[in-house]
Design a binder for this molecule. Structure first.
Ligand SMILES: *Cc1c(COP(=O)(O)O)cnc(C)c1O
Length: 398
């Protein structure tokens, strides 16, 4: 009798709960486990992105209600089927006119806009250049497109230039220089500083690259008319302009604006546009009203600027280590993650909400409080925040 052939033991599949438990343990050990909490109604909000106070503005809320009454609770289909409603069309036209672009296209969220726009424009054959501190959705968009992202030092035109030149020295097998796409946040979401857009535009022109700016935190806030950090720049300078509605406009959703041919291409090829239900018309109607306020009430931006200036003046007087930002995003970098959480907890005990931002959202050793100002804050609100910060420092002292 021949020896029976030993059967190779089947590899036992790793049970899912083991995988989940291990992932949780690693995260927790790194001190990076996050918890959600229902935001108390009474909390003084210095954490959100409602820079103009439009999320709670009665006119915007009423427009949402009217939008739902008139067009329905949902759009019931994608844009290319039957979900593209009059209210979407009007918002796109108004946006294009306001931004000085031929066309604008509305997406359901900024994350989806960035995934779709980059996937529609880039592929394996595209060299993508991104600022090191770009938003996660931009990094993910390039990954989804199968394009390799080369990350240049934050706001460093020389480093970008070096990467652009280097990519040109390397030719692929067909000896074609790859198409090039340069991507940057406008206002950086965790630092509050602003991209040097003219420098990026010049580099893009020199190297026949396409420039994409995601000004999620600048739209509604910067520029005389509120168009953002690209104010005064044309589609020739900034061919791909993305902005979101969930920040200064107080609603939700996003747009990409540019030349008609570019926007039509994105409409055809962006999978996160084609294969999703159109934005609920209530949100679109609310955004239209928010846009009217952004255009018609520049005093909101003036009040916001005053609040930022007041906060910065007083924070300097208290010797708080504020970053150089002049936008409503005012990071207070504490470095240590536990310390950052302690400060946030102390503020929380004072009824004040600020963002406690830790890696991987920011680089290691740069944990920070992300304090945001709004036109809706009063001087008394800002004084309360400063009192809270003073208490944090007092209780933190050895
Ligand atoms: C918030 C943000 C997004 C994502 O927008 P959502 O509408 O919240 O999905 C994209 N880019 C930047 C720079 C952002 O700050």
């Amino acid at each position: 009798m021949p020896e029976p052939v030993a059967e190779r033991p089947a590899r036992a599949p790793q049970p899912w709960h083991d995988y989940l438990a291990a992932a949780k343990q690693t995260r927790k050990a790194a001190g990076r486990w996050r918890t959600r909490r229902v935001m108390p109604d009474a909390a003084l909000d210095f954490a959100g992105n409602d820079y103009l106070g439009l999320a709670r503005e009665p006119k915007v809320r009423e427009a949402a209600a009217e939008g739902a009454r008139r067009f329905g609770a949902g759009a019931a289909a994608s844009h290319l089927v039957s979900g593209h409603l009059a209210v979407h069309e009007v918002l796109e036209q108004e946006l294009a006119e306001w931004l000085g672009r031929e066309r604008a296209l509305v997406f359901s969220t900024g994350y989806m806009a960035n995934l779709g726009v980059i996937q529609a424009l880039a592929g394996r054959d595209t060299a993508v250049f991104q600022d090191r501190l770009n938003h996660a959705s931009l990094i993910d968009g390039a990954a989804l497109a199968g394009a390799r992202s080369r990350r240049f030092h934050h706001r460093d035109g020389e480093d970008l230039e070096r990467l652009l030149s280097r990519s040109e020295a390397i030719r692929d097998a067909s000896h074609d220089a790859p198409r090039k796409l340069i991507i940057s946040d406008g206002v950086f979401s965790m630092d509050g500083d602003v991209a040097k857009v003219s420098e990026l535009a010049a580099a893009a022109k020199r190297h026949s690259a396409l420039l994409m700016i995601d000004d999620a935190h600048g739209v509604g806030v910067l520029g005389e008319t509120g168009v953002g950090c690209t104010a005064g720049m044309s589609a020739e300078d900034v061919p791909v302009l993305v902005g979101t509605f969930g920040k200064a406009l107080g609603t939700g959703g996003a747009f990409v604006a540019g030349d008609a041919s570019l926007i039509e291409h994105i409409t055809q090829f962006a999978r996160s546009y084609v294969y999703t239900t159109a934005q609920p018309p209530a949100v679109t109607a609310a955004t239209l009203e928010a846009l009217n306020i952004v255009r018609g009430e520049p005093e909101l931006r003036a009040r916001l600027d005053d609040n930022v200036a007041l906060f910065r003046r007083e924070a300097a007087r208290l010797n708080l280590p504020m970053a150089a930002s002049t936008t409503p995003i005012q990071p207070l970098t504490l470095g240590d993650e536990a310390r950052t959480l302690r400060w946030a907890a102390t503020l929380d005990a004072c009824g004040i909400a600020v963002g406690a931002i830790r890696p991987p959202t920011v680089p290691k050793g740069q944990a920070r409080l992300r304090i945001t100002l709004s036109a809706r804050h009063t001087e008394a609100d800002i004084e309360r925040l400063l009192d809270g910060l003073e208490r944090c420092r007092r209780e933190d002292a050895p």
